[in-house]
Design a protein. Structure first.
Length: 137
């Protein structure tokens, strides 16, 4: 797998991947992409094999903590080390800017994904995650 920054030509493939992975919930994926491209677009990572997008990871950092969002690997490629490689690249990028901690959120019912992150050294923080939607899509 080659990991590289997102390109505008990737949009349809990325959105299809997110849908296949169940990552599209309440927000408009095109708006998510547009918003990310305004803030550190080089940290919107795409994994490809033979020119085909098969994984994504958005990394964000505001100077205090980093976040991993929309990490997804096409089901046909899961359990092949590709998700691990994307997380490793996200960690590398965040170390270069002096980031001390990466956060992420997983639905509490998604045991498979929680176990994946635990294998990578992530642990549950005993905090309450709160959010406020500023738009519906």
């Amino acid at each position: 797998m080659q990991i590289r920054p997102y390109r505008p030509a990737d949009e349809a493939a990325v959105i299809a991947l997110w849908r296949e992975c169940g990552l599209v919930r309440w927000s408009d994926p095109q708006k998510d992409i547009t918003r990310k491209l305004k803030v550190n677009p080089e940290w919107f990572l795409v994994g490809e094999i033979d020119g085909q997008v098969m994984a994504t990871c958005m990394v964000g950092y505001e100077g205090h903590r980093a976040w991993i969002n929309l990490l997804g690997v096409a089901p046909a490629h899961q359990r092949g080390g590709y998700g691990r490689a994307l997380v490793a690249e996200a960690e590398r990028l965040m170390r270069t800017v002096g980031c001390a901690k990466i956060n992420l959120q997983v639905l509490s019912t998604n045991a498979k994904v929680i176990a994946f992150y635990e294998r990578l050294g992530f642990a549950t923080d005993h905090v309450v995650s709160m959010g406020k939607r500023l738009e519906s899509g």
